[in-house]
Write a protein that binds this ligand. Structure first.
Ligand code: PEP
Ligand code: MN
Length: 337
């Protein structure tokens, strides 16, 4: 249940309402924008009668979204204020691009790559230190050494760092380095991990599970927000279908649908979405045309030698060219890159 308070609500009425809700055992989450006006009730036992709250003098109106997710519902922040990660804003006029290798590798000069990406227009550096590989016999990531290399590249370039956590036991370590913590497609149904990243307080880039409907995906995001962290960035990265020509089927319709259904920003990952570098540029351009609030693109200095996802990684020069084309599409749809 979502309560909109009167814009000129008195302090006494507001405190009376919060006191009543607390006595009924309702946990209240306040929207930060606009400040002090919108409350959502989580765990509504004993406080679930909308008519009762509608009569309270602090309350202007009560909304009951017809969905099981309330905190990420568009009604909670109808203006879609965006999500901030340090200086970065996802969901504003500028469309941030997160770029970098699938995995941090010993052979990659990450500082040089990060400089190139920054100069080409990337807003953040990505790179996995803990990799969740389908096969146990492939590269599993550099772990702490990978985190240290990411920290070094941030220090050299000023680019914020996005990196994945898959195991709650690594969360503290990852949070010490990451500006944005990524939760991967394979973890989208790991409810205990979602709750832990919700408590950790860093912005979260939550990928869509490869088998998740949009409704299930938004409930995964609701877990993070309900655990106390409303800085969640959604990322469409393709779903498993019968099609074999691409690694996944990139569901670009997820962009407008999620933006209508939720206030959270929605970015697109055409690298995992297609699995082949040839299809990355057209789908990145299409994503921006469709209104995506950001992109995540894998770039590797030597894709054929990459220890993970080489087939879908762009060469740095190709990324540079793509950025020029993306700027033109962004300006055609009223955004900037
Ligand atoms: C990744 O970003 O490298 C990754 C593993 O992505 P996903 O979880 O979408 O497969
Ligand atoms: Mn990858």
């Amino acid at each position: 249940m979502i309560l909109y308070l009167h814009s000129n609500v008195s302090r006494a009425d507001r405190e009376d309402l919060l006191g009543l809700l607390a006595r009924r055992g309702a946990r209240v989450v306040e929207a930060t924008d606009p400040p002090g006006r919108v409350l959502a009730l989580v765990g509504e036992e004993g406080a679930s009668d909308p008519a009762e709250w509608e009569r309270h003098p602090a309350v202007e109106r009560v909304l009951l979204p017809a969905t099981p997710y309330h905190l990420v519902h568009r009604d909670f922040h109808p203006e879609r204020p965006g999500v901030r990660a340090g200086e970065l804003l996802f969901g504003g006029e500028k469309v941030p691009v997160i770029a970098g290798p699938c995995s941090v590798e010993v052979e990659i000069d990450l500082v040089a790559l990060a400089r190139f990406l920054r100069d080409a227009g990337a807003s953040a550096l990505r790179g996995g230190a803990y990799k969740m590989r389908t096969s146990p016999y492939t590269f599993q990531g550099l772990g702490e050494e990978g985190l240290a290399r990411l920290a070094e590249a941030r220090q050299a370039t000023g680019l914020p760092v996005v990196t994945e956590v898959a195991d709650p036991r690594d969360l503290d370590r990852v949070c010490r380095i990451a500006d944005v913590v990524q939760v991967g497609a394979r973890s989208a149904q790991n409810i205990s991990l979602l709750k832990e990243v919700g408590r950790a307080g860093k912005p979260v880039l939550l990928k869509r599970g490869m088998m998740s409907t949009l409704g299930e995906y938004l409930l995964a995001a609701e877990h993070v927000v309900a655990a106390g962290n409303d800085r969640v960035i959604l990322c469409e990265r393709g779903i498993r279908t019968f099609e074999g020509a691409t690694r996944n089927t990139l569901d670009l319709s997820a962009v407008p649908v999620l933006q209508r259904e939720s206030w959270l920003p929605v970015i697109v990952d055409p690298s995992h979405g297609t699995g082949h570098r040839r299809w990355v540029a057209p789908m990145a351009l299409a994503a921006v045309a469709a209104g995506a609030d950001g992109l995540m693109i894998e770039v590797h200095p030597d894709p054929d030698a990459a220890l993970s996802d080489g087939d879908q990684s762009l060469l740095p020069e190709t990324f540079h060219e793509l950025m020029d084309r993306l700027r033109r599409v962004a300006s055609a749809v009223g955004r900037e890159m």
